[in-house]
Design a protein around this ligand. Structure first.
Ligand code: FEO
Length: 395
């Protein structure tokens, strides 16, 4: 009796990945409200067989059982390591414990990582470069260098005859349910969130990779997380916008408030922006989902940060948000900062120092003593109008 769900996504190409329904955090940083998958693919040619990527540690036995439903893992000829991060490569030692002959296919940098992370013996590593091919008999792989998507060693694997691209993390999404894109109603939203969390800092590299694959005939994109794209053009078009930093008339507002004074500044600003026809995404940092903030930053043209002053600086949650915004390198061009203080300032300067490297045009930086006065509120309405006009005139 077969207990596992092994999907044949094309002739002799099988999804043998696993679903992690319960995982709620990735890299101790990224919330996973819907879990995730670790997609591994088994490709059988007429002469040789290959496993493309493996799965997160802890799921080795499930991966093994799924491979066994198709073939004996000791007969595998290749294990392709598109990316060395443990969620995809962490089961290589287990697969190699079952198999004494398979070669690990990876990039030059990947070879070094395989030795360090997984103790792979150099004689079992086969380094490939851009354009190299490997024949399986009636099926062949071609490899594409795709560095920093999302570690420096990353490659894409293209299965030429079936027109399937295996891009590992690129084009992925953290969703445990669904096999294909058409099975998941909000796949575009989840893909955008994932892009914001993982790929946005590497937009330039993403653009180069998209340029490389745009002439390829691709019928299926089979990433290493989330559903398989049966409609590859749809996700490629979305990525084209995102890697090129296409923004909307949209402002992402993040704030922390202790006694409500910052909220009294933020809300009139939000109302003004909305009444000027600008889309606004608002996140109170006490209850915010960091992944939703990353998703909103993907196409926001401006960022507003609100924080009280605490212990001579910005609120730690606002410091975290500013640091995260800097690290994620969103395409926003404009910013405004609203702060309040009780007896001494400091928050404004700290935030300015933190977001300085983003080279945002700071439309306004307002520091208020206590709750905002009527005069302060008038200034905030003006700030909202100025920010709205900047956001609306930018193409
Ligand atoms: Fe899904 Fe960069 O690992």
């Amino acid at each position: 009796m077969k207990l596992h769900n092994v999907n044949e996504i094309a002739d002799h190409v099988y999804w043998v990945g696993v679903r992690d329904w319960s995982r709620r955090m990735f890299d101790a940083l990224i919330p996973l409200p819907y879990g995730t998958t670790y997609n591994s693919y088994l490709v059988q040619g007429e002469e040789k067989s290959a496993l493309v990527d493996t799965v997160n540690p802890g799921f080795e036995k499930e991966l093994e059982a799924k491979i066994r439903e198709v073939m004996d893992p000791s007969e595998l000829d290749y294990v392709v390591m598109n990316h060395a991060e443990p969620d995809h490569a962490g089961s290589i030692p287990h697969v190699f414990s079952l198999n004494k002959k398979a070669e690990l296919i990876t990039s030059e940098k990947g070879a070094q990582m395989a030795r360090i992370y997984y103790g792979t013996l150099p004689e079992r590593i086969h380094v490939v470069k851009e354009g190299d091919t490997i024949e399986l008999g009636g099926k062949s792989f071609e490899f594409v260098d795709a560095p920093f998507l999302h570690w420096p060693e990353t490659i894409f694997t293209y299965l030429v005859e079936d027109k399937i691209l295996f891009p590992c993390d690129f084009f992925g999404s953290h969703i445990a349910h669904g096999v294909y894109d058409e099975d998941v109603a909000d796949v575009s939203v989840m893909s955008k969130r994932y892009f914001g969390e993982i790929m946005m800092p590497y937009k330039g590299m993403g653009k180069r990779a998209l340029d490389k694959i745009k002439e390829m005939e691709i019928e299926i994109i089979a990433p290493s997380h989330g559903p398989i794209h049966k409609h590859p053009q749809r996700i490629m078009d979305l990525y084209n916008d995102w890697v090129n930093g296409a923004t909307r008339q949209k402002v992402t507002v993040v704030y922390a408030t202790m006694w409500g004074d910052v909220e009294k500044m933020i809300f009139p600003l939000v109302e003004t922006l909305q009444s000027e026809g600008v889309e606004v995404a608002v996140h109170n940092l006490v209850v915010a989902d960091i992944g939703r903030i990353a998703e909103d930053l993907v196409d926001s043209r401006a960022i507003v940060l609100g924080t009280p002053t605490v212990l001579g600086g910005a609120h730690p949650l606002a410091v975290y948000a500013a640091f995260l915004a800097k690290a994620l390198r969103p395409p926003a061009k404009y910013a405004a900062v609203l702060t309040s203080y009780g007896w001494g300032g400091g928050a404004l300067k700290q935030i300015a120092d933190l977001v300085g490297p983003l080279k945002l045009e700071v439309v306004a930086a307002l520091e208020v003593n206590g709750p905002p006065s009527g005069n302060d509120l008038s200034k905030i309405v003006e700030i909202g109008k100025t920010l709205a006009s900047k956001v609306k005139e930018e193409k």
